[in-house]
Design a protein. Sequence first.
Length: 75
Amino acid sequence: MGSRGITVNVISPDPTDTELFRQGKTEEQINRFAQAAALGRLGQVEDIADVVAFLANDEAGWITGQNIRVNGGVA
């Protein structure tokens, strides 16, 4: 794909605060997920969207074949 100027990347988010993520979980469980991240919170939809928008921008034209972990520092 590179010869055609097409970059291919993947984003691997960890727990993101959405209705689907919260479904069936207690607040205690949700807090444990949040504390597992070095930043001490769940990801927000905007956190993921910002990385997607960057990768779709010409400024990311030299990034390809990468798995970008958008996870707040979860090891």
